[in-house]
Design a protein around this ligand. Structure first.
Ligand code: ATP
Length: 212
């Protein structure tokens, strides 16, 4: 079984997340993709963060109806900061069938991977799948991604990269949707519509709970 783990603050979840996960699933042949909302993301400012329960609920609403999409509340139930390495260890220990794990992330997240807790162990625990992300960050260009891959100890093997542990790194060419949760929050703050940027149920949920 091939399982993808897709972590994020999902503050809120939007169609950029959903489409990237769907294309990663299709291209990598994943059986399941687990969306894992962070309780307390180490790299984010807390001021604008909706409660973990609200973000979890929005992820549930957004993913229902896709039989390949699962939602895990493991980071929300865990006390303290949410570290992906702890989540990868948890999935390694608890998945019932032997599984190949893929950690899904955008190129912006990959560019910062060396700042993540125990990133070297994370690269030994799972395969990495890095999909396209439109940002102005210099770390997201293809040359920079390849340089980072080498620096992290991956060597090229055909279309992907292999770590000394045997785990792989794949750059997945997904449709670029230049949408971020920051954009959605700023539209909401300005009183603008976010319809069609987030699933309809998420749009209704935000309005009903007066989020952002
Ligand atoms: P914010 O704007 O609040 O920083 P975000 O939109 O970047 O949030 P996160 O929840 O921080 O969303 O992102 C979780 C993961 O989803 C990251 O790996 C990120 O690269 C990826 N991601 C976010 N938006 C997109 C998008 N539009 N297309 C592809 N991947 C995305």
């Amino acid at each position: 079984m091939r399982v993808g783990l897709f972590g994020g603050s999902f503050n809120p979840i939007h169609i950029g997340h959903l489409r990237a996960a769907e294309e990663d699933r299709e291209i990598l042949g994943l059986d399941l993709v687990y969306f894992v909302p962070a309780a307390s993301p180490p790299h984010k400012m807390e001021g604008e963060l909706a409660s973990a329960e609200h973000r979890l609920q929005m992820v549930r609403l957004a993913t229902k109806g896709n039989r390949h999409f699962m939602v895990s509340d493991v980071e929300i139930r865990r006390i303290g900061r949410s570290y992906t390495v702890d989540t990868a260890r948890f999935f390694r220990a608890t998945l019932r069938q032997p599984a190949t794990l893929y950690l899904l992330m955008g190129a912006d997240a990959f560019a910062e991977l060396d700042t993540w807790k125990d990133s070297a162990e994370l690269m030994r625990l799972c395969n990495l799948a890095v999909h396209t992300r439109h940002t102005n960050g210099s770390g997201t260009s293809k040359d920079n991604r390849i340089a980072a891959a080498r620096q992290f100890g991956y060597t090229r093997n055909g279309n992907s990269y292999v770590h000394s542990s045997g785990q792989t790194l794949t750059f997945v060419d997904t449709t670029v949707l230049p949408i971020s949760a920051t954009l959605i929050r700023s539209k909401l703050r300005a009183g603008h519509s976010v319809r069609y940027l987030v699933p309809a149920d998420v749009c209704d949920y935000i309005a009903r709970h007066s989020l952002y």
